[in-house]
Design a protein around this ligand. Structure first.
Ligand SMILES: Nc1ncnc2c1ncn2[C@@H]1O[C@H](COP(=O)(O)OP(=O)(O)OP(=O)(O)O)[C@@H](O)[C@H]1O
Length: 709
């Protein structure tokens, strides 16, 4: 199931394809501008919030797509008496909303586009504990409680199963985690290995060495998701018993091959990125300390960078969008302002004590509405695997046919026949039928050999050896044949065609999804009918009004209109002043983060100054280079980097000119001299030419010295 893990691309740029089953898109490669779609989901009050007596400050108008945030009434709240805030979004969902409705309204159109060959991203954003993971993953049972990710599996394989004709599909998945600004592979055995993110002009953002798995049905996908989830970083915080401490991206790549009007197969490739972000949080509310605090700061910082990117994209003034300021924005580069159809689901809580955070999330989401993406259907992308698989299958079939196709030619002793047989033995092995014939022939030759009495001993031996050699060759050829058949079966099973059940256990899910999609369709039709009726009534009313209007009426109407305009001006003024106040608050929050960060930087500097002598700090400075691709500092050598994490613990890395890093800690020995001072030594045998001595003298860390010899 696993494919070559190297150079797997995440959020790849080159996506192309066709619009309908038969033909290619009229203008391959051309995209249309689409705004990022934004949905808001408000979860119900939790039992803890009810017990604590928190009031509800969020109301949702599904028809109008409106969310209203009313200021808290509790005496202690610093926001008491403020203006209510109203926001309008593409869709909004209240506390009673169902997982299936969320899927059908927000995710279904994106997944449909991915099946046509577009990139799609669905990401959940919001304060910690507001239901991002619930929305993206949901609960395992009952099926109605499943989230967007498992529903998309049922949708994808339900669609493939319903496809008729010659369309072939290849589906593969990968699952990555971004924890403390480091990317790792949740499906790898070396799950904590740090991976590098690169931006390649031809392919877009790629994660080197990220493994990907070809899947044949919805259940295999689900198993992989469960494996990855087990490796994810979670923790208990005051705000959430099962809080995600990392951002994760589950990617599904769907490649499809259709025969175009030119009679040739064409491949389209769509990639679906399902992103569950870690929640923004306040230290005072989550009770974070130590490691949790560090995680929390990294989470907040990356989300702040994401907000910054969103603002700059919307602002449109700056040509340079600071994607490289964090790994999160780098990974989301194509999804925000790039080649992708994107939906953002902003999760909020309804309780009064979260007023500030909820307002922040709504403001964030409101800004994101204006991001313009340029998704395109590309055709025949370079990194498609389906065509490679198809070619390999064809080649294997051809070779196997050659291996068994020469039966009529058996017995022909001409040179051509011999060449063909040799090639068959070399490449394709031999089919069981041909092998049986050859075996009969060999048996016959053996019997004849036994019958011959007048042969010299030497001649008999050489004939016997020849027979044995032929038998060995036959066995080898049969083995090759069986191996090729196995390979062919394996490859063919990975390339999926429609018309078969690919859902197994996910069948109920697919049924529920379809049923809910039908209900949604019915609801929409009913709504459209009502809207038309309302419009007719409104037109009738306007007609009547026009008929009976007098000058006096006109004057009254104008007066009313004037009043309305005046009210509008007042409202806008208030909104402007609210926005200024909000902006000020946001600026203060940013300043606080900057202060926290500078405190951390100072602490690091203190540790460095205390433990790393000046000459080594200068050495590090002079050997450090900034890599624009990875957004990181790299050390170039040869050079020994000494990091002291504890008085008695030293780790040493040797950096060669190629920036390869080797941890040398295990080559170090500690001894104490006659004064009792600890000294570190390296083992000369293991270090060879790059031998060096490292000493730690006295208790003062400033005495650490490191000499390369
Ligand atoms: N719409 C909802 N209906 C019912 N329960 C919900 C809903 N949304 C969230 N919950 C519950 O709220 C709790 C917190 O949800 P969840 O873990 O999904 O939050 P989160 O935003 O992912 O938090 P974090 O950022 O800390 O990971 C869970 O117990 C979840 O079951």
């Amino acid at each position: 199931m696993r494919t070559t893990p190297d150079k797997q691309s995440v959020f790849s740029h080159v996506f192309s394809g066709l619009e309908d089953k038969k033909g290619m898109s009229d203008e391959p490669g051309k995209g249309s501008s689409d705004n990022v779609q934004v949905a808001v989901r408000c979860r119900p009050l939790s039992s803890g919030e009810k017990e604590a007596g928190h009031s509800v400050v969020v109301s949702v108008d599904v028809e109008q797509g409106e969310v209203v945030l009313t200021p808290p009434t509790s005496a202690g709240s610093h926001r008491r008496g403020e203006q209510a805030r109203t926001f309008v979004f593409d869709s909004v969902f209240g506390p009673e909303s169902q997982q299936l409705d969320i899927y059908n309204e927000t995710a279904r159109p994106i997944v449909d586009s991915v099946l046509e060959g577009y990139n799609g991203t669905i990401f959940a954003y919001g304060q910690t504990g507001t239901g991002k993971t619930f929305t993206m993953q949901g609960e395992k049972e009952p099926p109605e409680k499943r989230g967007i990710i498992p529903n998309s599996f049922a949708h994808i394989f339900g669609h493939i199963a319903s496809c008729q004709g010659e369309t072939q599909f290849l589906v593969r998945v990968s699952y990555l985690e971004l924890y403390n600004e480091e990317v790792s592979d949740l499906l790898s055995k070396a799950v904590r290995k740090r991976l590098e993110v690169h931006v390649r002009p031809d392919v877009g953002v790629t994660v080197r060495d990220l493994s990907c798995f070809v899947v044949k049905n919805a259940d295999e996908m689900e198993k992989l998701m469960t494996i990855g989830d087990r490796n994810r970083h979670f923790a208990v915080t005051d705000m959430n018993e099962h809080s995600s401490r990392s951002h994760v991206v589950f990617s599904v790549t769907v490649e499809r091959s259709d025969v175009g009007p030119d009679g040739e197969p064409h491949v389209r490739m769509g990639k679906l990125n399902l992103v569950d972000l870690a929640g923004s949080e306040r230290q005072s509310k989550t009770g974070a300390e130590g490691e949790r605090l560090k995680e929390s700061m990294k989470i907040n910082l990356s989300l702040m960078m994401l907000g910054n990117v969103i603002s700059q994209l919307v602002d449109g003034k700056s040509k340079h969008i600071p994607y490289r300021n964090s790994k999160l924005t780098l990974l989301l580069q194509d999804s925000l302002g790039g080649n992708s159809k994107t939906v953002m689901i902003a999760n909020i809580g309804p309780a009064s004590y979260n007023w500030d955070e909820t307002l922040n999330t709504l403001r964030y989401a409101n800004r994101a509405k204006n991001i313009q993406n340029k998704a395109r259907i590309n055709e025949d992308p370079k990194e498609a695997m389906l065509r490679e698989f198809q070619k390999e299958i064809e080649e294997l079939k051809r070779q196997l046919e050659e291996g068994s196709g020469g039966e009529e030619g058996e017995g022909e002793e001409g040179q051509r026949g011999k060449r063909k047989k040799r090639r068959r033995e070399d490449n394709a092995g031999i089919s069981p039928r041909s092998a049986a014939k050859v075996r009969v022939q060999l048996e016959r030759e053996r019997a004849e050999l036994l019958k011959k009495t007048g042969l010299a001993e030497g001649e008999r031996d050489s004939t016997r050896r020849e027979l044995e050699r032929k038998e060995e060759e036959l066995a080898k050829a049969q083995e090759q044949h069986a191996e090729m058949e196995r390979k062919l079966k394996d490859l063919s099973s990975k390339v999926i065609v429609g018309g078969v059940n690919l859902l197994e256990k996910a069948e109920t899910q697919q049924r529920l999804l379809e049923q809910s999609a039908r209900e949604l369709e019915k609801r929409k039709k009913k709504e459209a009918k009502l809207t038309r009726k309302l419009q007719r009534k409104e037109a009738e009313r306007v007609d009547m009004e026009e008929k009976y209007a007098t000058l006096q009426d006109e004057a009254a109407a104008k007066k009313t209109r004037l009043k309305e305009v005046w009210r509008e001006v007042q409202r806008t003024r208030e909104e402007l002043s609210n926005q200024r106040a909000d902006f000020e608050q946001e600026r203060q929050a940013m300043e606080e983060t900057v202060r926290e960060l500078s405190r951390e930087v100072r602490l690091h500097q203190l540790v460095i100054d205390a433990y790393v002598p000046d000459q080594y700090q200068q050495l590090i400075h002079s050997h450090s280079t900034w890599n624009d691709d990875t957004g990181e500092w790299h050390l170039v050598g040869p050079f020994i980097n000494v990091i002291i994490t504890h008085y008695d613990i030293i780790s040493v890395a040797w950096h060669t000119l190629e920036t390869m890093s080797r941890d040398l800690s295990h080559h170090l020995m500690i001894t104490r001299n006659q004064n009792g001072t600890p000294e570190w030594h390296t083992s000369p045998t293991t270090l060879g030419r790059s031998e060096f001595t490292l000493c730690l003298r006295g208790h003062s860390s400033a005495d650490v010295s490191c000499i390369v010899t």
